[in-house]
Design a protein around this ligand. Structure first.
Ligand SMILES: [Zn+2]
Length: 378
């Protein structure tokens, strides 16, 4: 990870870089900041920077052997500890060491912008909570007692340090206080109150703020090649949390897809074109069950909105202009003589998809019923 790949956080980057330039790298640092602020990404960029053999004043070189291994998270002097629990693969005595392969793919895939719930989902641990165990502490201490293989600093990244249990913390206290030579501990945490005070008191706290809206907006535009207005909408709701900004943006994408697709579906139903509806149903069969359900749920909203418009309650429609226009134009076709059947059609569709119905047949069948329902007079 290069500092250049970090979203925003200019002030924090500067401080971290300065500590290296001034040769006053604290051996145990606690990076504390809210979810989605890029703590792990910063820690990885820092670890890479201190060990780069050809760094500039502002960043790692990205191409020396150390940088290459750091970027792949496979450097022999880069160690990770993180919360783990049992899952399908590890049925008892979980510890970080047993999940290293998963951890590397997870972090690389998300470009180091990761959250605890995402990690649990990735491991498939359902509702279990992870812990950093004594086994983790023992294994880390064992690894750190070796001489550095090739790096200037051995780096131990302890992700979500609030999950260290008391026994593991007691094991680690001594090594945090008097670490082996040239060892850098980077602890990452979100909840200061949940951290054991014994661990906290042995570290230098580096507060990581939320990411600025501007930096999040620019990063969204770069990553999704989206328009400025789209990035702005997602940024407004995200409150400096990159993970949340991505989620908001993607939800918005789904909303737009539903709008366009539903509008097209209704157009074909009005036209009563069986051939085109067959094509349409075949396409929808390929979008996946969650999206099919989401599309039908969108239809339910359109019908409900129709009733609002008919009752002259247009101001209750909280929609972008183009969607509002569509909902308003569609409203005359929704009335007391067909609303229950229209709603029933969407709801049944959702239930059938949940029970693995063939989506192509289901959408074709619903289209035929829809043609009839739209013809009913108010
Ligand atoms: Zn380098």
């Amino acid at each position: 990870m290069l500092f250049a790949d970090i979203i925003g956080q200019e002030g924090t980057k500067k401080k971290l870089i300065q500590s290296v330039t001034d040769s006053r790298v604290s051996h145990a640092q606690l990076m504390l900041g809210p979810p989605g602020s890029g703590k792990l990404a910063l820690a990885l960029a820092y670890a890479q920077f201190v060990n780069c053999t050809n760094r500039s004043a502002h960043d790692s070189c990205g191409s020396c052997p150390s940088c290459v291994k750091m970027a792949r998270l496979s450097h022999p002097d880069l160690h990770f500890v993180f919360p783990s629990t049992t899952n399908k693969k590890v049925k008892k005595d979980p510890e970080s060491n047993l999940f290293l392969e998963e951890w590397r793919s997870f972090v690389l895939q998300e470009n180091a912008y990761v959250g605890l719930n995402q990690w649990y989902n990735f491991l498939g641990v359902e509702n279990k909570q992870g812990t950093i165990f004594t086994r983790d502490a023992n294994e880390l201490i064992r690894k750190l007692n070796f001489k550095a293989y090739e790096a200037e600093y051995k780096v131990a990244i302890i992700w979500m340090a609030e999950k260290i249990n008391v026994q593991a913390a007691n094991k680690m206290l001594k090594v945090l206080e008097e670490p082996p030579d040239k060892t850098l501990f980077l602890l990452i945490a979100e909840e200061q109150e949940q951290m054991l005070s014994t661990v906290k008191s042995r570290t230098l706290m580096v507060k990581i703020p939320r990411i600025s809206d501007k930096a999040i907006g620019n990063a969204l535009i770069q990553r999704f090649q989206c328009r400025e207005a789209e990035a702005r909408d997602a940024t407004l709701m995200a409150n400096g949390n990159w993970l949340e900004a991505v989620r908001m943006y993607e939800n918005n994408e789904e909303e737009k897809f539903n709008f366009q697709t539903f509008q097209q579906w209704m157009r074909l139903c009005f036209r009563g074109s069986i051939l085109e509806l067959t094509d349409f149903s075949a396409t929808i069969a390929g979008i996946g069950r969650e999206r099919q359900k989401s599309l039908l749920a969108y239809g339910l909203n359109v019908f409900r909105n129709g009733l609002l418009v008919n009752s002259r309650l247009n101001e209750l429609l909280r929609l972008p202009d183009d969607e509002k226009e569509f909902n308003t134009k569609f409203a005359p076709f929704v009335h007391t003589n067909n609303i229950l059947d229209l709603v029933g059609l969407m709801e049944e569709g959702i239930t059938h998809i949940e029970r693995n119905a063939h989506a192509g047949i289901l959408f074709m069948d619903s289209s035929l019923k829809m043609i009839k329902l739209l013809k009913i007079k108010p």
